[in-house]
Design a protein around this ligand. Structure first.
Ligand code: CDT
Length: 310
C-alpha cells in the first residue's frame, strides 16, 4: 500500500515593509504555479506569508497595527491565490495575521484543499517575545503585544489522503505541539516560520546554532511522532533584519529529505508516501502500548519548572 503525495515547501524571500499584499500574493501564485507544474498536490507557504514580519515594529497604539491583519480569508488580495489553487487542483497551507469580527488578533494558518475548500484553521499557541518595548534588545519581537494565544488547540484533519496538522514557528520548539497532534495520528505537520538570524538577547550566538535548533526541533518532532514535517521559512533581509531560510521536508525517521538552498522565493519539492508513517506508529512510537501517562501529570498540571529545594 502507498499513499503518495507530492508536496512543495514554498519558501518566501523577504517581504519589505512597503510591499503591497497584491505583489506578495503574485509571488505566492508564481510559486504555486511552479509547484503545480511539477505535479504538487499540496503547497506549504510560510508564517505571516502576506506581509513583512511586523512584530519587529513597536507601535504605542495597537490599532495602528491593524493594517497588517486580514479581516476575511479569502479577501480581495488573496482571492487570486485561492482561484489559482482551485484551477490547478492544489491544496495549500497559508499563514497570516487574523483580525476577527469581534476584534481579536491571532497569528493564524489555514489548510485549503484541492477544491478550494477551507478545511482547517490553527491559531499560534506559543507566542514568543514580549509585549512592551524592550530597550535591552537589539530589535523587538512583539508577538505577545499584537497577538492573543491561539484558542483552537492543535486539531488535525483528514484531508488530501492523510491526517494533517498545523503549527506556527515557535510552536516547533515545544514537544507538546507535536505530541498532541501525534496523539491524533498526525501524518503531516505543516508549519511556517520567521526566525531572525540574530538572537536579539544574545547577539554573538552563531547563526549555525540557530539553524541547528530549527532542524533539531523539526527532526525530533517528526521522529518522535512518526510523522512527516514540512517547515517553511520567510528568509533573507527584511527591512535590514535577517531571517534564516533552510525550509525543509522531514520524513518520519527524522531525516531531512529536501531543503531550500537560497534565501529567496524557492519551491522545494518531494514525493512522500504517507504510509511511511505506519512503521514508527506501530513499533517504537506505538503510543497505546508504550506511553506511561501515569508519570506525565506535570505536563498539563504545571507550567514553569519547579526544581527541588536547595
Ligand atoms: N516567529 C517566531 O515565532 N519566531 C521565533 C523567534 C523568537 S525570538 C524572540 C522562533 O521561535 O523562531
Amino acid at each position: 500500500m502507498s499513499r503518495l503525495l507530492r508536496i512543495a515547501a514554498a519558501q518566501s524571500g523577504p517581504i519589505q515593509k512597503a510591499e503591497p499584499r497584491q505583489a506578495v500574493v503574485a509571488r505566492l501564485c508564481t510559486m504555486l504555479g511552479k509547484a503545480a507544474d511539477e505535479g504538487a498536490d499540496l503547497v506549504v507557504f510560510t508564517e505571516l506569508a502576506l506581509t513583512t514580519f511586523f512584530p519587529r515594529y513597536y507601535e504605542e497604539d495597537r490599532d495602528e497595527m491593524d493594517l497588517w491583519f486580514e479581516r476575511d480569508m479569502p479577501n480581495a488580495a488573496t482571492e487570486p491565490l485561492f482561484r489559482l489553487a482551485r484551477e490547478r487542483s492544489v491544496g495549500f497551507y497559508l499563514g497570516y495575521g487574523e483580525l476577527t469580527p469581534d476584534g481579536q488578533h491571532f497569528n493564524t494558518s489555514i489548510i485549503v484543499d484541492k477544491s478550494g475548500t477551507l478545511v482547517g484553521k490553527y491559531r499560534k499557541v506559543h507566542l514568543p517575545g514580549h509585549d512592551e518595548f524592550d530597550p535591552e534588545r537589539e530589535f523587538q519581537h512583539l508577538e505577545k503585544r499584537y497577538f492573543l494565544p491561539g484558542d483552537l488547540g492543535f486539531p488535525v484533519w483528514r484531508t488530501m489522503g492523510g491526517v494533517m496538522g498545523m503549527c506556527i514557528c515557535n510552536d516547533r520548539r515545544w514537544p507538546e505541539t507535536f505530541r498532541v497532534m501525534g496523539l491524533q495520528g498526525v501524518e503531516l505537520v505543516m508549519l511556517g516560520y520567521n526566525t531572525p538570524s540574530v538572537n536579539s538577547q544574545k547577539p554573538d550566538e552563531a547563526i549555525e546554532k540557530r539553524t541547528f535548533h530549527n532542524r533539531l526541533a523539526l527532526q525530533a518532532g517528526a521522529y518522535q511522532n512518526a510523522t512527516f514535517v514540512v517547515g517553511v521559512a520567510k528568509a533573507g533581509d527584511e527591512d535590514g533584519f535577517h531571517l534564516f531560510g533552510e525550509s525543509c521536508i522531514v520524513n518520519p525517521d527524522g531525516e531531512i529529505i529536501a531543503m531550500a538552498e537560497t534565501e529567496a522565493d524557492e519551491v522545494v519539492m518531494a514525493e512522500i508516501d504517507l504510509d511511511d508513517c505506519n512503521f514508527g506508529k506501530s513499533t517504537m512510537f506505538d503510543f497505546a502500548r508504550h506511553r506511561r501517562i501515569e508519570h506525565y501529570g506535570r505536563i498539563t498540571s504545571q507550567t514553569g519548572a519547579e526544581p527541588p529545594a536547595e
